[in-house]
Design a binder for this molecule. Structure first.
Ligand SMILES: *Cc1c(COP(=O)(O)O)cnc(C)c1O
Length: 425
């Protein structure tokens, strides 16, 4: 058989009928631990001489199918599934950073990531340097001899802007740094960052990958391309590990050493494992990812076009619209669609935003994206409430801004709900 296509991999990659029972769907291996064959087997598992299941914090057969599937969809060498998108980010940086070191991050990020990098990471003394992702000179200017990585989102929260991944990867590689891309908003169906020069991909599986708004999860994908031994900057990978009898991970595991480091040093010791049940739910979601994402994108474009022509709407920011700031980059990086999430402005400002959100019936008012259901939030009165007006505007959350995550309902029902709510402002 020729190399299976994306739609086929989304259903089959990593999965075989269960060897013990013949079960066709991947079973939920709801067990904490696994019996060793004998003492030698146990010793070789603990010493990393042999791969195998020991304890579900480190590895589990349901999680393993999820990992292999996402690695296949992203075109990576290996992956590690964890409890959430934030857990994935924490583990990636723990493998790269020592106290006092820095990384450069795009200012256009999911709000939770801005908090994690700007506040929580301070207690590890990992220092973020923010850069304007559309200003390549600014990105390069933030790099110092302490920098260990560059972090961006492919399609970036909250406005759905598309970044020039290849150009940012070039800057990273000129400075011998890995480029980490959060591909949550795009999913590998729309964009495969490793093909554009990224070295590591992370996801919140909680969003479009699981897709049904019912399970938290995250994943780290190793692109297999980065040379961790070029110098002494990444000792977790290039120096003998006391935890494992002096093994050098990059030497032993080659192009999937980063995924191994995240598992056997990060996940093992920090602990945010995904539950087998959530891994199963997310795997089930991924089987329909190509169908869902295309429908999300088609619906979002129809809704964006409709809003653009509405008299109460001041502006619409969606990369799928011709003339949008991100439209050209969208055609390079995600030609099948610009995703489901975008923002628009109400002419009536703050008051109109509050009334609009309250008048919607089909849309759910909540702080999430990437559900089958259509979702809405008015950032100025919720997630960004504590900021001053000028700070709100700088964060893309001005008083008039509404963010939508368009679901896969019949699009005429989505539009009818928006229209009736706009009529009530
Ligand atoms: C939700 C989200 C995260 C965080 O993921 P959790 O699963 O909620 O921890 C990170 N990045 C982006 C782009 C997200 O949307």
């Amino acid at each position: 058989m020729s190399e299976p296509k994306f739609e086929t991999l989304a259903i089959h990659a990593g999965a075989q009928p269960d060897p013990a029972t013949g079960a066709r769907a991947t079973p939920i291996y709801q067990t904490t631990s696994f019996v060793f064959d004998d003492v030698d087997h146990a010793a070789s598992l603990f010493g990393l001489q042999q791969f195998g299941n020991i304890y579900t914090r480190i590895m589990n057969p349901t999680q393993a199918v999820l990992e292999e599937r996402v690695a296949a969809l992203e075109g990576g060498t290996a992956a590690l599934a964890v409890a959430s998108g934030h857990a994935a980010q924490m583990i990636v940086f723990q493998a790269l950073m020592r106290p006092g070191e820095e990384f450069v991050a795009s200012r256009k990020l999911y709000g939770g990531s801005i908090n994690q990098f700007g506040h929580a990471f301070k207690s590890f003394d990992w220092r973020v340097k923010w850069a304007d992702p559309f200003d390549l000179a600014d990105i390069e200017a933030q790099i110092t001899e302490k920098t260990k990585a560059i972090f961006i989102e492919s399609i970036a929260n909250p406005g759905g802007v598309v970044l020039d991944i290849a150009a940012i990867a070039k800057i990273a590689h000129r400075h011998k740094l890995p480029l980490i891309v959060d591909n949550t908003m795009a999913t590998p169906y729309l964009c495969r960052p490793l093909e554009h020069g990224a070295d590591i991909v992370v996801h919140s599986l909680t969003k479009f990958m699981g897709g049904h708004g019912n399970s938290m999860g995250g994943v780290i994908v190793d692109g297999g391309s980065f040379d961790w031994s070029a110098d002494d900057r990444y000792p977790m990978l290039s120096e003998p590990r006391p935890e494992y009898n002096g093994i050098v991970l990059h030497e032993t595991f080659g192009n999937f050493a980063f995924a191994i480091a995240c598992r056997v040093l990060g996940l093992r010791d920090l602990g945010p494992a995904i539950s087998p049940f959530n891994a199963f739910m997310i795997l089930t979601g991924i089987e329909t990812l190509p169908l869902r994402m295309q429908r999300h994108c088609d619906n979002a474009l129809t809704v964006a076009e409709h809003l653009q022509g509405h008299e109460q709407v001041a502006w619409v920011s969606y990369a799928g619209l011709p003339g949008d700031l991100s439209h050209e980059r969208m055609q390079t990086y995600c030609p099948k669609g610009a995703g489901a999430v975008f923002t628009f402005g109400l002419k009536g400002g703050y008051e109109a935003g509050v009334k609009f959100v309250e008048a919607l019936e089909l849309f759910s008012h909540l702080a999430n994206i990437g559900d089958t259901r259509s979702l809405v939030i008015h950032p100025a009165s919720t997630t960004h409430r504590q900021l001053a007006d000028d700070q709100k505007t700088a964060a893309g959350a001005g008083p008039d801004v509404v963010r939508l995550s368009i679901g896969i309902e019949e699009v005429s029902d989505i539009i009818a709900d928006l229209d009736q709510a706009l009529a009530k402002i």
